[in-house]
Ligand binder design. Structure first.
Ligand SMILES: Cc1cc2nc3c(=O)[nH]c(=O)nc-3n(C[C@H](O)[C@H](O)[C@H](O)COP(=O)(O)O)c2cc1C
Length: 710
């Protein structure tokens, strides 16, 4: 039976699409749609695609232009030759694709999905959009989401009209919102002249939020010594400032917008009721043991284990621009791994930030009392977020469950409007979430990378409840690192190396910051002499991406990994060395191209790599120094590659060598890819297009493998 309901489907590798799909589902619930949410992998078990009439799909890309693992079977099934033609002609879909143009095949996953859907006769009722991690995803996602609900509304109203005329199959494609014509006065959105939906600046929770406002008073001391922030100062400092000049510091703009914007009537998105309620359980103990209630991460391929920190060392000199640390973790329960695999680290927010937030939310008295969340009566929402332990304390939840450093999305800011008592602050928050203030939100919130801490430090009369935060803050996600050793060394140990991430200060941000995970690890390093190494870290194995040594170790390998991109190759070489004496085979030749700024400051694993060269695990070691006056050339790995272009071309064109690239996606991986295409064009004396086609063949043969990050 074809069901007359809306179904949200996702295919997600690392959780982004899943989270967007979950938000869409939640939004749909509050808009009173009969709506369900499923992962594409559950087709045939929890839902049947041939029974769905109207779907919203969110799908990402992984590997080299591949669909996420949990979407592959679904797509394979759509492509079965035995399927009758047009067997999904009842299906109408809206598709949001996620990808990253730093990879050679942008949005390959959702594009393959769409091709398969179309082949089966499914029709699109709203233009597909493809968001790019390399630029700013929200630039695409936000307008697409803005146009989605009117499109869904129109689909269902058309369908109703068609059904009464007995024309069930008719569908209309609605252009995404760039082409929408909005009449802000009466909040009616027109699509191609058709009145599609009334979007009202609505607030479904007036009673609740007013209560919330009255319930709370700001009890913070104006001076917070932990952070040296004078909140009152922060609130008033920028009140009279104006923007719209690049010379004006950006901080003026988070709190105070342009004159033009301050005079406009604003169209605001809907706000939804707070559906979580908290109950304190004085006599109970918080659920102990499992991190985030044991809820599995999308990237995990096994359980979380607690590993002891066995050793930490700094790989860079003290005067290097970046600090690189290497950790060695051990555990009796260490998971199986191969060289080239990565693993996840469960993060914790910084104590001082959690403490600040508790004070700012006026929760000092309740932060350590065991508590339980439940769903308010009369809301359509069904469950509390699964990653919050059943019995928890607010301090524990803020430390381990929520991403308190994430950029607040507009629905979050919209909800904060309702608990901001100062009229000027309230108006400014409204501006930032309004349609008219979209560019100011982009500039002063998203691009400035502000988080809830900055918002609460700037808008001092904003007093949200913990439940509001719990509803809007995303789950604290793990960070992934490449393993830098072989299991054939010490099998219960893993090593990894990372740069401590430091964010440049920004006038919109009150809080200076390091990366959540690297900051957490650096703190452990800094305290290691005081406390010894009694610390543990929660880790888990992640799904393999195929970035591993060939089974046949006689195949030549070329490894390209500047900076911390060298880490998995240390594992590769350790593995080759361990296998060398026992094998009745000859190790294939191996090349390593790495690089750093200065040979005596940040040449990572210098001695280890030179040892690999002398003991035969590594045949050629090529190092580029980008800022070393004593070694001016080659500067970058691609310069080293060009110097070896003859050998590289022999390996890529007339051998079965495997090429591995690890490290920065934005510049390095792109440049290295281009360098190979240029070298092929030169060597074969062919056009760029032909060289590109030749290069793509190497990629499809899985002989050019990337493990890159932005
Ligand atoms: C290992 C890996 C490989 C990726 N490969 C591609 C790719 O080939 N093409 C692309 O457009 N994006 C690629 N991406 C980017 C992801 O699609 C993008 O980050 C997306 O937001 C992830 O969404 P998800 O968390 O739902 O999987 C890749 C990301 C990772 C981590």
């Amino acid at each position: 039976m074809i069901r007359n309901k809306l179904v949200v489907l996702y295919g997600s590798q690392t959780g982004q699409s899943e989270s967007i799909a979950t938000d869409i589902h939640e939004d749909g619930v509050f808009r009173n749609y009969d709506i369900e949410l499923f992962c594409l992998k559950d087709e045939g078990k929890l839902f049947n695609i041939s029974e769905i009439n109207c779907a919203v799909m969110v799908c990402s890309t992984t590997g080299d232009g591949d669909p996420p693992e949990n979407a592959r079977k679904f797509i394979r099934n759509l492509n079965r030759k035995t399927l009758p033609e047009n067997h999904l002609s009842q299906l109408n879909y809206a598709l949001l694709g996620l990808g990253d143009s730093n990879y050679s095949t942008f949005c390959g996953g959702p594009k393959k999905l769409e091709k398969s859907l179309k082949k089966c006769g499914a029709k699109s009722y709203y233009n597909s959009a493809f968001a790019d991690d390399a630029t700013d995803m929200e630039d695409v996602i936000e307008p697409w989401l803005d146009g989605l609900w009117p499109a869904v509304e129109k689909f269902f109203s058309n369908k109703k009209a068609c059904m009464s005329k007995n024309e069930e199959n008719e569908t209309t494609v609605i252009e995404s919102s760039a082409e929408n014509d909005t009449n802000s006065e009466n909040n009616v959105i027109n699509f191609s002249g058709v009145t599609a939906a009334k979007i009202q600046s609505c607030n479904k929770s007036d009673a609740q939020s007013t209560k919330q406002l009255n319930d709370k008073e700001i009890t913070l001391n104006s001076k917070d010594t932990n952070f040296n922030i004078n909140l009152q100062e922060v609130s008033t400092k920028f009140l009279d400032m104006r923007i719209c000049s690049t010379q004006v510091p950006l901080e003026q703009c988070l709190q105070k917008g342009s004159d033009e914007l301050s005079n406009l009537d604003l169209s605001l998105p809907c706000t939804f009721p707070i559906y979580l309620e908290i109950e304190y359980l004085e006599n109970q103990l918080p659920t102990s043991g499992s991190y985030q209630n044991g809820t599995k991460f999308p990237v995990a391929s096994g359980e979380i284990i607690e590993a002891k920190i066995d050793n930490i060392r700094q790989l860079t000199s003290d005067d290097a621009l970046k600090r690189t640390l290497e950790f060695t973790l051990i555990s009796d329960k260490m998971f199986d791994f191969k060289p080239g695999d990565s693993f996840g680290i469960c993060c914790e927010n910084e104590d001082s930030e959690v403490e600040w937030l508790i004070k700012r939310l006026a929760l000092e008295k309740s932060a350590d009392i065991p508590a339980q969340l439940s769903i308010s009566k009369n809301t359509p929402k069904k469950s509390v977020p699964a990653f919050i332990p059943l019995v928890f304390t607010i301090r524990q939840a803020l430390k381990t469950c929520f991403e308190i450093r994430s950029v607040p999305k507009k629905p979050f800011l919209r909800a904060l409007v309702e608990c901001t008592s100062d009229p000027a602050e309230n108006r400014r928050l409204q501006e930032l979430v309004s349609k008219q203030g979209a560019s100011e939100y982009a500039q002063h919130v998203r691009e400035a990378n502000v988080c809830i801490l900055d918002i609460l430090a700037t808008f001092v009369s904003c007093q949200p409840s913990f439940c509001l935060l719990a509803q809007h803050l995303p789950r604290l996600m793990p960070r992934r690192y490449s393993i830098a050793n072989s299991p054939l060394g010490v099998s219960n140990a893993i090593k990894f190396a990372f740069n401590v991430t430091r964010f440049d200060s920004h006038p919109s941000r009150t809080f200076t910051r390091n990366g959540v995970c690297t900051g957490m690890l650096e703190k452990i390093f800094d305290k290691k002499h005081q406390k010894g190494l009694d610390k543990t870290v929660r880790i888990f194995p992640t799904k393999s991406t195929g970035f591993c040594l060939p089974d046949d170790l006689s195949r030549p390998i070329v490894m390209i990994g500047p900076g911390t991109g060298v880490a998995p190759f240390v594992g590769f070489l350790e593995h080759r060395l361990a296998l060398k004496p026992s094998g009745d085979f000859v190790l294939g030749e191996s090349w390593l191209f790495t690089g750093c700024r200065h040979q005596d400051k940040d040449f990572l694993y210098k001695d280890t790599l030179e040892d690999f060269k002398s003991n035969g695990a590594l045949t050629h070691l090529k190092v580029a120094f980008s800022r070393d006056v004593t070694r001016p050339q080659p500067k970058y790995v691609q310069d080293s590659l060009k110097l070896c272009s003859h050998e590289m071309m022999k390996l890529i064109l007339s051998s079965d060598a495997v090429f591995y690239i690890c490290g920065d996606a934005r510049n390095m991986a792109k440049n290295v890819r281009q360098c190979f295409i240029d070298m092929i064009a030169k060597c074969k004396n062919c056009s760029d297009e032909e060289a590109n086609a030749g290069f793509k063949k190497v990629v499809s043969a899985k002989r050019y493998l990337e493990d890159i990050w932005t």
